[in-house]
Design a protein around this ligand. Structure first.
Ligand code: SAH
Length: 501
């Protein structure tokens, strides 16, 4: 075995990023190099570590502009030989029509260590998301999974009344696939369905019979990737179909919010049936220079109020308190003010609760709320990020307070933002959620000259400050959330989706 190098052949699932395995995600987070396929959801790349090398080895169906299988294998061997931990991320399951067997053989032959992480295959997940079980007691007691691109001489075996046939890679050769199924004993009236882009926002299911499906497909314009499923189980779709019933089904939403804070938003989108492509556009780190903040921490007793305007502000402020040998008890004198519920929740996580929170989550409302509980001349400490604007300090000064803004964290572009954003745009997003001015600015900067690719995508903003920041970098906001919260953003997206239909 080569020193250290190792390849994990990982199944990335059929499209919905929630359908990768726990082990798959764990390996993605640790990989030095990720070689990913065209059918892999770009959200999964958001799991990569900040220093991972991401390589798109997507083969287009005609292998014109993409990498050939030989090139992919060579690249994989090459990276592994440098000692890297490589994740070879493949659509669906690597060993079901995924050429995983060939890649594993090449690794074995080269003496490079590898393992296989099975994935949820589109062959079963696609029908499941279309409300079609592969087997069903009265209707089908066997399943046959076939390819429409069979190597010459390999023909499907005879179908029977009580079977299900599932055909992958069968769109281009659909007429031929239908013919050979019929030659093998499938009747023309057998129920058949084509499921395109299964488990994603673009999922579309066309139901017909084996005899009519090819005509239906050409009328409707069915495109790869799609799955053909044939058998009596198809009739169950009428009763079981579920995905299409969700309010945000059909919406592919790009979420730019940074790693941890995105979680709530993503799960609410998920519940509403939207497909989320997560591309963290911001990341955070400690400041390199504390000379502006530390003297204030030495003198906390002087502040009548500490006003937090973000959950990050709370976390990094508390982190610095601990790092400098203090803890939450150092705050006992001050009133703790927060701009909104997410910031209040951050305080709670540190065993503290907010004394003041405005009804509206804006700088003006926060300044008024503080003013109502303070006297002119009182000092207000403002722990914040390096990019925070001057609105709140100015408003507090206008109300007669002494303000001390301190930088407790830095906002940086998300890791590999350019590649990730590009992959997401190619995947085809309908709307992008902007949650702060820096998400907008970083996205536009990362795309650089390719920012024209954003034309035709709608932008949904979390609130007025974000909208202003977005307009400044040339992004036009379609809908602005009434409340700067995860559910406010979902509500705004539903409003946008209603306008779209
Ligand atoms: N290893 C993959 C299959 C790769 S072959 C798996 O286990 O899913 C590629 C074929 O898979 C496509 O031509 C199509 O038939 C099917 N496929 C993959 N993803 C799909 C999706 N999201 N929707 C419909 N078909 C899909």
């Amino acid at each position: 075995m080569t020193e250290g190098g190792f390849v994990h052949l990982v199944g990335g699932g059929p499209g919905d990023p929630g359908l990768i395995t726990v082990r798959g995600i764990r390996l993605l987070r640790r990989a030095d190099v990720i070689l990913y396929d065209r059918l892999v959801n770009p959200s999964l790349l958001a799991e990569a570590g900040p220093h991972a090398e991401l390589i798109d080895v997507g083969k287009s169906p005609d292998e014109q502009d993409g990498h050939t299988q030989i090139e992919i294998t060579a690249l994989m061997l090459d990276r592994a030989r440098t000692g890297a931990t490589v994740v070879r991320l493949k659509g669906g399951d690597p060993f079901l029509f995924g050429r995983g067997g060939e890649e594993a053989s090449a690794l074995a032959e080269a003496g490079i260590g590898f393992d296989i992480v099975p994935g949820v295959t589109s062959a079963l997940a696609g029908p499941a998301y279309a409300g079609i079980p592969a087997t069903d007691r009265p209707r089908a007691s066997a399943v046959r999974v076939l390819t429409g691109q069979g190597a010459p001489g390999v023909e499907p075996s005879p179908g029977t009344e009580r079977e299900t046939a599932i055909v992958l890679m069968g769109v281009k050769t659909l007429a031929h696939v239908v013919e050979s199924l019929q030659a093998d004993g499938w009747p023309a009236e057998a129920p058949a369905a084509l499921i395109e882009q299964a488990t994603t926002a673009r999922q579309r299911t066309t139901v017909a019979t084996l005899g009519t499906i090819a005509d239906a497909a050409s009328t409707i314009g069915v495109n790869a990737p799609a799955i053909l499923i044939c058998g009596h189980v198809v009739n169950l779709r009428e009763r079981i179909a579920w995905l299409e019933k969700r309010p945000l089904f059909g919406c592919r939403i790009m979420v730019l919010r940074g790693e941890t804070r995105a979680r709530e938003l993503i799960s609410l989108f998920d519940e509403a049936g939207a497909e989320v492509v997560h591309v963290p556009a911001v990341s955070f780190s400690r400041p390199t220079d504390w000379s502006n903040a530390d003297p204030k921490l030495d003198d906390l007793g002087r502040f009548h109020c500490i006003a937090f305007t973000s959950a990050n502000g709370v976390d990094y402020f508390m982190d610095r308190l601990l790092a400098t040998g203090r803890d939450a008890r150092a705050l006992f004198r001050a009133l703790l003010a927060v701009i909104g519920p997410a910031t209040a929740a951050a305080l709670n996580r540190h065993g503290l609760s907010a004394d003041l929170m405005p009804d509206r989550y804006t700088a003006t409302a926060l300044a008024d709320t503080i003013a109502a509980r303070s006297a002119p001349g009182d000092a207000v400490l403002l722990p914040r990020g390096n990019l925070a604007d001057n609105d709140l300090p100015r408003m507090l000064q206008e109300r007669g307070f002494v303000t001390a803004p301190i930088t407790v964290y830095r906002t940086l572009p998300g890791p590999n933002l350019a590649e990730r954003a590009q992959a997401a745009i190619e995947w085809g997003v309908d709307a992008i959620i902007l949650t702060s001015p820096s998400t907008a600015r970083n996205l536009v900067n990362a795309l650089g000259e390719r920012a024209a690719a954003l034309d035709g995508i709608s932008f949904i903003s979390a609130g007025p400050t974000t909208s202003r920041g977005a307009e400044e970098v040339g992004l036009h906001i379609a809908v602005e959330a009434a409340a700067h919260t995860a559910s406010g953003i979902i509500e705004a997206t539903r409003e946008w989706a209603r306008g779209r239909r």
